[in-house]
Write a protein that binds this ligand. Structure first.
Ligand code: GDP
Ligand code: MG
Length: 440
């Protein structure tokens, strides 16, 4: 993956005290290949490499005490810039309702995202949206939106499939005004491929609905195609934002990097799963960090804070940083993490958990986690606080007590040490990034 490739390359630089021009060149060659392999548009890659090279070879970098870090910082900043720099928010009309039109190819995730967005607007912004079923072509499309609306307990405006989308949009906006909805989210039809008829119709809807926001929904799994799709939709409709869906899948992150660069349209949201609450505001700097392999520490901490009480999260962060992190904390965190959501999703966000060698066994599945938990629970209080005292006979006892093999215990102890080291490194970096507000 892109993340792995970049990480391998950057690791070489990370360890060095000084970086020569040759190093930067070599590294850029690797980065270039990695990006191309990840399906990033070649024009985008060219520009990206040129930018990084120029900055990395510039004086400010070469004079620095830790050039390796400086290069990583430049790559990170440029990745961030490539994806839009700052987080970009959804439009708010000066006079409600705000009209949002969802467009995109069939299967991209428009209908799902319409519902997710409605949920997001209500939950995070205290809004009162109405959903509009304007896809009259796909069988069951109206029903799909109505089902989602019911699930959310939100109104869905529909006139069946015999009335034109233009008329539906018009009447829906009137209804929204009557009923004081502050957002109108129009779900439109897609096709398997871009065609003129579709574009014409969308243009007509646009004329009538006068949307404050046209969100192009793009499937991140489609690689290069995503960019082409984005380009033509943008040409025809002048879209104002992109929603990148299916970023939870095994995507070749390339699309995320190219879409903004090619269309100059900000990515506003990311779809992270099929469930209704799996839509997140898109944070370019966090995505860049994730691609660089830092793990999304900031997202993790944010998530932790909204679920766990804030003080505990802060305490934990400090512990990770100072390496006081013990097996007791590990157990406590395991419980907290479980209350936050699916384990694999959360572990994926944790620094080091994703890619680090030797940690693979820690993130496999619930069963594996339960085994780890059993091992930890078989330790004495003292052992949990100070694993360094766990000698051979203690290991045997723990294995027996937890019904595991002694190799399992050995592996866990080794992994735990590695994890602590990694967490320390990563949280240090993230801490610095947070203080500065960007980069690291
Ligand atoms: P539409 O044709 O553009 O309206 O697409 P739909 O909203 O019907 O979605 C197509 C499929 O993609 C459905 O099975 C959705 O559950 C799925 N989907 C949408 N967004 C996401 C996402 O962010 N992650 C994943 N894994 N699946 C998604
Ligand atoms: Mg649909």
């Amino acid at each position: 993956s892109l993340a792995e490739r970049l990480q391998d390359t950057l690791k070489k630089i990370r360890g060095k005290g000084k970086v020569s021009e040759q190093d930067v060149k070599e590294m850029m060659r690797e980065v270039r290949l990695a990006l191309l392999e990840a399906d990033v548009n070649f024009k985008v890659v060219k520009q990206f490499i040129a930018n990084v090279k120029e900055k990395a070879l510039g004086q400010e970098v070469m004079k620095s005490l830790t050039p390796g870090q400086q290069v990583i910082k430049v790559v990170n900043e440029e990745l961030t810039a490539l994806m839009g720099g700052e987080q970009s928010k959804i439009a708010v009309a000066s006079k409600p309702p705000t009209v949002v039109m969802m467009v995109g190819l069939q299967g991209a995730g428009k209908t799902t995202t319409t519902a997710k967005l409605a949920n997001h607007l209500r939950k995070k912004h205290n809004r009162n949206p109405i959903l509009v079923a304007a896809d009259i072509y796909r069988p069951a499309a109206i029903k799909q939106l109505e089902t989602l609306g019911k699930q959310l307990n939100m109104p869905v405006f529909s006139l069946g499939d015999q009335v034109s989308p233009v008329e539906i949009a018009k009447q829906a906006i009137e209804r929204a005004k009557e009923e004081h909805h502050d957002y109108v989210l129009i779900d439109t039809a897609g096709r398997l491929h871009i065609d003129e008829e579709l574009m014409d119709e969308l243009q007509q809807v646009k004329e009538v609905a006068k949307p404050d926001e046209i969100l192009l929904v793009v499937d991140a799994m489609t690689g290069q195609d995503a960019v082409n799709v984005a380009e033509s939709f943008h040409e025809q409709l002048d879209v104002s934002g992109v929603v990148l869906t299916k970023l939870d899948g095994d995507t070749r992150g390339g699309a995320a990097l190219s879409v903004k660069a090619v269309t100059n349209t900000p990515i506003k949201f990311a779809g992270m799963g099929e469930k209704i609450d799996q839509l997140e505001p898109f944070h370019p700097e966090r995505m860049a960090s994730r691609i660089l392999g830092m793990g999304d520490v900031l997202t993790l901490i944010e998530k932790a804070q909204s679920t766990v009480d804030e003080e505990k999260a802060r305490e934990l962060e400090k512990k990770m940083r100072t390496m006081d992190f013990t097996f007791d904390d590990f157990l406590e965190q395991l419980d907290q993490v479980r209350s936050m959501g699916p384990l694999d999703e959360l572990l994926g966000m944790m620094p080091g958990m994703n890619k680090a060698k030797g940690l693979k066994n820690l993130q496999v599945d619930e069963k594996q986690i339960s085994r780890v938990e059993a091992i930890v629970r078989s330790m004495t209080k003292q052992e949990k606080q100070d694993p360094s005292i766990i000698n051979a006979s203690r290991r045997r006892r723990i294995a027996k007590g937890s019904g595991t093999a002694i190799q399992d215990v050995n592996r866990l102890l080794k992994q735990f040490e590695e994890m602590k080291k990694m967490m320390k490194q990563m949280t240090n970096m993230a801490g610095k990034a947070k203080k500065k507000g960007k980069g690291f």
